[in-house]
Design a protein around this ligand. Structure first.
Ligand code: GLC
Length: 440
């Protein structure tokens, strides 16, 4: 009988909940048609027609060191790269397939270069591995709604050997867990219908992964997809329970809790524009100020944010992504203290922004300036040790004038007369309390 060990779990999750911000990387052959990573499925393209991208693939500009630097400068603490996406193409030198980067013109093990580069920059290393596989002949074609050959009478499922595919999947995951040093996150994607849990041989798979990579953090998609929580939330964790919930393209309204109301660890992943894989026409990029506030929102609700970049066919980040990462990094460089190691606060959410908390420190993230001083609801003056603007370290006084004194029960921080906030995206006040108990 599987026994969930909370202490071990919390220990392995510690770096991850402190990190709060990571980079998702969707990259593969689909960068060439530049219509997103699902294009083969959406366009019902045959393997033969998709082959031209394999024949052509040669990302001459691929320099994961520069990717790692950009992530680090943006304030990200970890990255997750698609070692294999649904199209089945492997960015690593697997002995179990020919459908891999080392057999293309580029001839390189892209995963190895990535893992080395991320580690060298001090980032934690994550690998995404697709449970779906549109290349493997034993993976159902006709009956899987996502498969490019879905309901195509020329691709019946008879004679396809599921066990064979599962063996392939396990073998490849073993390779990823043995040949690339310490892997910090394994991000499986995804379960659906009856294709969930033991259908993937999940108990055996997770046992193997944990024995080869003690301490690795695994997402919950061996059980569910972007929808659904997984068995940790049910209070009855299965042997292959996910370590975190993985909401996709949404930030949960109130964080995520288990059946007993205990907060769960989660990571919201979303795209920077509207596509995971490179899409040359998709220019719907979320502005950096918005993404900064969304990161704050995730942390204020107890979650992580995994922000995606889809590099192009030459191996470059789209220009827009580079610009956005830089802008985020500029803010993070000054205000990261209000993000890293922080989590949800029990203080009521203020009108003007959000609150994150680390021990006896409350971080007031001010998105909109107030008229008059900033009200720190729920805090008494005598509980405050000090207030600082974290971007400069400047002392911020408690307001004491006829306007503020008109509300003697409220503690106000006095930001001065300028109606324009020092940081118009998010000005962060660190309110240090004498005693943590008031805040928690
Ligand atoms: C979905 C998509 C996929 C993407 C993933 C990221 O499950 O199938 O393309 O990799 O979400 O969360």
């Amino acid at each position: 009988m599987y026994q969930f060990n909370r202490e071990e779990y919390q220990k392995r999750m510690q770096w991850y909940v402190e990190a709060r911000f990571g980079l998702f990387l969707h990259w593969g052959l689909y960068a060439i048609p530049a219509r997103g990573e699902w294009m083969r499925s959406f366009e019902r393209m045959s393997l033969e027609d998709y082959q031209k991208y394999f024949d052509e693939f040669n990302p001459v500009d691929y320099d994961p060191k520069s990717w790692a630097r950009m992530a680090k400068e943006a304030g990200m603490k970890y990255a997750v790269l698609t070692a294999k996406h649904h199209d089945g193409f492997c960015l690593f030198d697997s002995q179990y397939t020919d459908y891999k980067s080392t057999n293309t013109k580029c001839g390189r093990d892209l995963v190895r270069e990535y893992t080395d580069a991320m580690r060298a920059e001090g980032l934690k290393v994550g690998l995404y591995y697709s449970l779906l596989d549109w290349h493997h002949e034993d993976y159902p074609h006709f009956s899987d709604g996502a498969h490019p050959m879905y309901q195509n009478p020329d691709y019946p499922d008879e004679g396809r050997n599921w066990d064979n595919y599962i063996e392939y999947l396990h073998n490849q995951v073993r390779e990823l867990c043995t040949h690339y040093g310490k892997i910090d996150i394994l991000w499986f994607d995804y379960s659906f219908g009856e294709y969930s849990g033991e259908k993937w041989g999940a108990t055996k798979l997770v046992d193997m992964v944990r024995s080869l990579q003690p301490g690795v953090i695994i997402d919950n998609r061996l059980e569910v997809s972007g929808a659904g929580l997984g068995s940790l939330a049910s209070g009855n964790p299965l042997p292959y329970h996910g370590d975190f919930v993985s909401p996709e393209q949404i930030i949960p309204q109130e964080g995520i809790s288990d059946v007993n109301g205990e907060p769960l660890i989660w990571e919201a992943c979303f795209t920077m524009n509207d596509s995971w894989g490179y899409n040359s026409k998709d220019k719907y990029f979320k502005p950096a100020p918005m993404l900064i506030r969304k990161l704050v929102e995730c942390v204020s609700k107890g979650g992580n944010m995994l922000l995606n970049v889809g590099p192009d066919a030459r191996g470059n980040f789209p220009e827009e992504s580079v610009r956005i990462l830089k802008e985020i990094g500029k803010w993070m460089g000054k205000n990261g203290e209000g993000i890293y190691g922080c989590g949800a606060s029990r203080m009521p959410r203020p009108d003007f922004g959000r609150i994150t908390q680390k021990g006896n420190k409350l971080y007031y993230h001010i998105f909109d300036n107030t008229i008059g001083p900033i009200p720190l609801m729920g805090i008494q003056k005598k509980e405050v040790k000090k207030i600082r603007l974290i971007s400069t370290g400047a002392e911020v006084p408690i307001a004491n004038n006829w306007v503020s004194n008109n509300y003697p029960e409220i503690t106000f921080a006095d930001l001065g007369q300028n109606p324009i906030l020092p940081d118009e995206i998010d000005t962060v006040l660190e309110v240090e309390l004498i005693d943590e108990k008031t805040a928690k």
